[in-house]
Design a protein around this ligand. Sequence first.
Ligand code: GUN
Ligand code: ZN
Length: 465
Amino acid sequence: MTVFLGTVLHFTDDPWVPCHEGHDDPKAYHLYDPGALVVRDGVVLWAGHHHECPREFVDHGRVVDHRGHLIVPGFVDPHIHSGQVDSIASPGGQLLPWLRDYMYPSEMRFADPDYARAATSFFFDRLLECGTTSACVYTTIHPHATDAFFAEAHLRRLRMVSGKLLMDDDNGGTVPKEYLDGPVEQAEEECRRLIDRWHHTGRLRYAVSPRFALTSTLKALRMAGRLYQESRHTDRPLWVQSHLAENRDEVRAVMEKFRDSLDPRSYLDVYDKCGLVGPRSMWGHSVWIDDEDRALLADAGAGAAFNPTSNLFLGSGLFDLDGAARARARVGLGTDVGGGTSYSMLQTMNEAYKVVAMANTYPHAVEEKHRKTLTGLRAFYLATLGGARALHLDEHIGSFRHGREADFVVLDWAATPLLKRRTEVARDFHERLFVLATLGDDRAVKQTYVLGEPVLRHRWTRREA
Ligand code: GUN
Ligand code: ZN
């Protein structure tokens, strides 16, 4: 048993309150300062105020002192690509030419098993140094690269959701032939083998992963939907992940492509008509959707990934966080590396605040009572319990409730001279948290714990002011 001392923050609900700018629901979060987190056998035994920590824990436990630092649940990234470690920061313009010119060629390198293994290990190092302990991850089309992903995640004892990309349509010649699946039957067989091998192996879960509607034939989307639906009422239901309504050219092309076959109401309707929308389905971006789509996501128990650094980098648009909250849709905060420009969920919070601020300039939001800002607390909610709920993993991760898996991150308010100076003059805890979200990055991560064990061997040396 180990007792971790520090400032402990976690959520039991979304602190979002309708139409109350800058206010958080005080019932949604727990702040213990000074606090203690007690871990036994990799799970949370107790979290609370230090002075209320039962004597037996302190007397019999090992004490790890992180006092003066912030302890939060490990970050959950619901949308990221392990196949894009070497194509982050690619100057390719908007989504479709960027995919063609940079992403597909870069992901093709995973055909080489040695490269795939080394790149995957590098990927996990980046996640953990940023405090991200769980993620929903796109690999590449290659089954062996997906094997390498799951093997590495299993070795590191991480809770991860992932799956092999499904791609069998070259989208007007933009995808190289060598980077396409074979016949749908073969791709299905590859998925089934990966599912047999990895789904529910330890903490791992499999996500059926059609890349997006433009790189899948209708037959492949239906096959993906069938795999998911077949599993839904078993004791091992599958996850689904795909990209939805990220970019306006993409939306137009999707509506055109499926007009005759599906006569869809919206982009989401294409996926829905193929049986892909339901609980544990995770929809990346969801920028150009409407209230009917949001209601469908909410009713279905599906999740949306808000990927601000990516949406800004690719000039895709502004996610409507408030609209999603009003619809009561499940939302997590994602990096979408390599469309996103940072592995750090803190940097992602920083950009999320700006996206929400910009969305306030939309015509429907000009009335002041509709304007919302993203508070520091809500940003941390989205990056922890929000992501866990969006992925239906909140029974396991995302908070410090009794029995949850003890994945957590220790953050240093004074990791850089600027952070130190600015957090010292913050007026209260909320402002301090906001400053950490805005100015923090991987340097603020003092240690990351997986199932109660530290996983970072070396850290940045702190330069004193
Ligand atoms: N849409 C289809 N594939 C991708 C991808 O790799 N990244 C992003 N951002 N959008 C996509
Ligand atoms: Zn993506």
